[in-house]
Design a protein around this ligand. Structure first.
Ligand SMILES: [Ca+2]
Length: 254
């Protein structure tokens, strides 16, 4: 089924526009059928990204485009979704870099989501992290501000149903989420309904660490097998600039 979809090269090529960076021929996903690798921010982003609220694309890191989800003002919320939908009944992997900065300390953090609400989805500000209220979603939050339900001001969590007051799993981050850029990798194994989240400091020689290893059905959480993936972030009475860049998606096309 996946192979046959991939084989319809002409249709896929036109659907992908310029976001397609190349065919991913190796890696663990290849054993489960060919996957496609694309970078929603870096090329043709006006078509490959849906931006909402305070989110915008800038190019502050040299030639690399950056999604600026919040710009450091109060009570902001922004979201950015890949317009290329992802088959949430299949395995995929995505990695990105985040830089949460410009506050002392800053709030509130960013979240990666798989969701079925659509490319205009945007939730509440502050502790809502820009996803509160997006009911058809599974969120992985990188939370830098301790609200009442939170274990700390430097934690990760898996959250279902757009309710950041209730964590399905939490982990203290092994690196500071605020202040310095970091890389995160999210890997979903659809057969085992397993979600793994890794983080790594961008400091030379730093190693990647597995922080979340959770059973969760993304298609069920998103309420659809054909969903959107992307990011939300928010500020409140405390603020930050919250940027996402170098975002790569390896996924079978839906
Ligand atoms: Ca929080």
């Amino acid at each position: 089924m996946r192979s046959s979809r991939i084989a319809r090269g002409g249709l896929l090529a036109s659907a992908l526009l310029s976001i397609l960076a190349g065919v991913h021929a190796g890696g663990a996903l290849a054993a489960d059928g060919d996957a496609l690798s694309y970078r929603p921010i870096d090329a043709g982003y006006t078509q490959s990204l849906a931006l909402n609220g305070t989110a915008k694309v800038s190019s502050e890191r040299g030639e690399n485009r950056v999604i600026e989800l919040t710009n450091g003002s109060y009570k902001q919320a922004g979201s950015a979704w890949s317009t290329q939908q992802v088959d949430l009944t299949d395995s995929f992997e995505t990695s990105f870099k985040a830089h949460l900065h410009h506050g002392k300390p800053g709030a509130d953090g960013v979240a990666f989501l798989a969701q079925g609400a659509g490319p205009r989805a945007l939730g509440g500000w502050g502790g809502g992290l820009g996803y509160r209220g997006i009911r058809q979603s599974v969120a992985v939050e990188f939370d830098t501000y301790q609200n009442t339900p939170d274990p700390s001001s430097n934690h990760l969590a898996v959250v279902l149903g757009g309710n950041p007051d209730k964590h399905s799993a939490t982990a203290e981050s092994s690196i500071p989420l605020f202040g310095k850029p970091f890389q995160a990798r999210v890997r979903y194994d659809a057969d085992g309904h397993n979600l793994k989240v890794y983080v790594r400091s961008l400091t030379a020689g730093a190693t990647e660490e597995l922080l979340l290893d959770q059973t969760v059905d993304l298609a069920k959480g998103a309420g659809t097998g054909n969903g959107w993936i992307g990011f939300t972030a928010a500020t409140g009475e405390v603020t930050a600039r919250q940027d996402i860049y170098d975002w790569t998606v390896d996924a079978p096309l839906s």
